[in-house]
Design a protein around this ligand. Structure first.
Ligand code: UT7
Length: 322
């Protein structure tokens, strides 16, 4: 029996943290540190310098993950980058990452576009490749430069997001690692969170900025995060009481607390890192995972429940033994 295990984690945040007060001052926003902290839990975020792209951030996170796994780029035969802010329309950020890593073994490389659920989508896809026996060592990365698609005049969205990347190395193993996964979408909700712009004839048409109905997203997120958590727990024959760490998409501390409560998971078993990096979309789950592994909170053998929700709408979860 072939299983998929996480053999290493890594992450990267660009530059210095930008606190709420500094962000408000820089963009002349009608907002306050108190409002942002109370409604979201976010105190600061990192913003990539001009010219720094998702594949640049992915490269740093990937190097850390490969080092932690004791692997080199030459060992990797599958690269999946989850991003909604790729460097180019094409080629994919994954192909650019492959080149930057110096992986010249012809590893398959492609992007997954499932917004904030992208990382769990990527994990689920890579797991299927590895379990099939077709691939043995996958790099799954979430990397975003959401600062590029924010309307800095829209206080309802621009204070929420940040840039960053997180990565894991997944390897074939005879020991259980990933136990169960589920991913879903309901495109009928596309209007509540989107960047409704296009490139057409050399110009941007439509709206190139992130638009969101925050309250609608909030309600939808809490419901589907609880549902999909129960789905993967049921598939693995486990209960929430057996979960050592819940690692939800890091969007808003209130969403995470509400989800943990619905699942009867204690707040202290829910990993929360959004406070110092904001919502980094597809990067948020592997960022939270890596920080907690490096801090010694997450230990080998523990059960982790990773779950994401985002534009599309998309949502998904992965239950694993670390
Ligand atoms: O990755 C998934 C993506 N997104 C999310 O997960 C976000 C989900 N939604 C949320 O996190 C919350 O809905 C927000 C944090 C976006 C907003 O919090 P809320 O408690 O739902 O606030 P609200 O939208 O109901 O707005 C309350 C008030 C409004 O003013 P009025 O109409 O009551 O006068 C807003 O205009 O807060 C105002 N407001 C702000 N005030 C100060 C909105 N943004 C700000 C701001 N600073 N940055």
């Amino acid at each position: 029996m072939i299983y998929t295990r996480i053999s290493g984690t890594g992450s990267y945040l660009p530059g210095e943290p930008v606190g709420n007060a500094a962000l408000i001052a820089a963009h002349g926003l009608d907002s306050s540190d108190e409002w942002i902290v109370e409604r979201t839990g976010i105190r600061s975020r990192h913003l990539a310098a001009a010219g720094v792209t998702s594949s640049d951030l992915a490269l740093e996170a990937s190097r850390h993950a490969l080092q932690a796994a004791g692997r080199t780029a030459a060992d990797v035969d599958l690269i999946i980058v989850a991003t909604s802010t790729p460097d180019y329309v094409f080629p994919s950020a994954a192909a650019l990452l492959q080149s930057k890593l110096g992986n010249i073994n012809g590893a398959a490389a492609f992007d997954v576009q499932a917004v904030c659920s992208g990382f769990v989508y990527g994990l689920t896809i890579a797991d299927k490749f590895i379990r099939s026996g077709s691939h043995k060592c996958a790099l799954v990365v979430g990397a975003e430069v959401f600062s590029r698609i924010l309307d800095w005049k829209d206080r309802g969205t621009c204070v929420l997001f940040g840039d960053g990347a997180g990565a894991v190395v997944l390897e074939a193993s005879d020991q259980p690692g990933l136990l169960s996964s589920a991913f879903h979408a309901d495109g009928s909700h596309h209007g509540i969170l989107s960047v409704p712009g296009q490139l057409c004839g050399g110009v941007v048409t439509g709206d190139p900025f992130l638009r969101m109905d925050g309250q609608a997203v909030f309600k939808f997120a809490v419901k589907v995060l609880a549902d999909v958590a129960n789905e993967v727990l049921g598939a693995a024959g486990m209960t929430a009481a057996q979960v050592d760490w819940l690692i939800p998409h890091q969007a808003n501390v209130r969403i995470m607390q509400a989800t943990a409560k619905r699942l009867h998971i204690a707040p202290e078993n829910c990993i929360v890192t959004v406070g110092h990096h904001g919502n980094t979309s597809a990067a948020s789950i592997p960022l939270a995972l890596d920080e907690s592994v490096r801090a010694g909170r997450i230990q080998r053998g523990q059960h982790l429940l990773l779950e994401g929700v985002g534009g599309g709408f998309t949502w998904g979860a992965t239950l694993l033994k670390f």
